[in-house]
Design a protein around this ligand. Structure first.
Ligand code: BTN
Length: 254
């Protein structure tokens, strides 16, 4: 395995544990757990962590400027998609790093074609939360935390979320998915130039109409590209805008 593995049955948060290891001077470690009791999500949200999920945090110390951190987050999303594919679930990435199973609006499970209940825009299967520490003009460490809703009931997850179990109707081999996650992540983390091309291949946001809520307001338009280190380029009626952070929603196809 590309990383030393520290496996736990249950922890408050694998990201938190990885940060502790960073403080002890460790690096190239993957902290894995079956359950999280205080999982963290982006934007100070939590992350529901029932047993049977995949909770993984990879601690590394790349010799890179802090501005490159988003590349590693995107790499985490690509690796998560590959891990899901490896156990039989097709997924894509909504900018910047939400792993989504796209819903078929016309053939949702209750057959009504109801766009609300079919989760228009897809259901979230996995997410990535990166935490960093900087020293001078270099990252001193970086923790990429990936949560995949694996062998868990969708009913215990927040609205709009799904799981591998919910999508496949059966449980997956977590070890297979975890190995694929770590191998693919390692590959991309060792070759940052490969990250954006791999991300673009799995993006569901590009070519879509989007609304992005940013600190300076809302931008609506067509997502046309992602550029280093992970910014979204949006074509709007008043020109191209490049957005580094924000909440992205996909608008209905016209
Ligand atoms: C998001 O909000 O989409 C990101 C969720 C990230 C959750 C993962 S689970 C493993 C790692 N440990 C945490 O506490 N959070 C991340």
């Amino acid at each position: 395995a590309p990383y030393a593995i520290e496996a736990h049955e249950s922890v408050p948060s694998t990201n938190e544990r990885a940060r502790e290891l960073a403080a002890l001077g460790r690096t190239d470690v993957a902290v894995i757990a079956d359950e999280q009791t205080r999982g963290r999500g982006r934007r100070d949200r939590g992350w529901t962590g029932p047993p049977g999920g995949i909770y993984a945090s990879i601690l590394l110390s790349p010799d890179r400027p802090p501005a490159d951190a988003p590349l590693f987050t995107l790499a985490g999303a690509v690796a998560a998609v590959r891990a899901c594919e490896d156990v039989g679930v097709d997924a894509g990435i909504k900018w910047p790093n939400d792993v989504i199973v796209e819903a078929d609006d016309d053939h949702n499970e209750n057959g009504t074609g109801d766009r609300e209940t079919s989760g228009r825009g897809g259901r979230k299967l996995a997410g990535v939360l990166t935490e960093t520490e900087t020293e001078g003009d270099r990252l001193s460490w970086l923790v990429v935390g990936v949560g995949i809703n694996a062998n868990v009931d969708p009913g215990v997850l927040p609205p709009g979320a799904t799981s591998l179990r919910g999508t496949l109707g059966e449980d997956v081999d977590r070890q297979v998915a975890i190995r694929e996650l770590l191998d693919r992540f390692h590959e991309l983390a060792s070759d940052p130039d490969a990250v954006l091309p791999a991300w673009r291949e799995r993006a569901i946001t590009l070519g879509r109409r989007v609304r992005v809520e940013t600190e300076d307001g809302t931008i609506e338009g067509t997502a046309v590209d992602v550029t280093r280190p992970g910014a979204l380029v949006i074509e709007t009626p008043t020109g191209r805008r490049t957005v580094h952070t924000g909440e992205c929603s996909h608008l209905r196809r016209v």
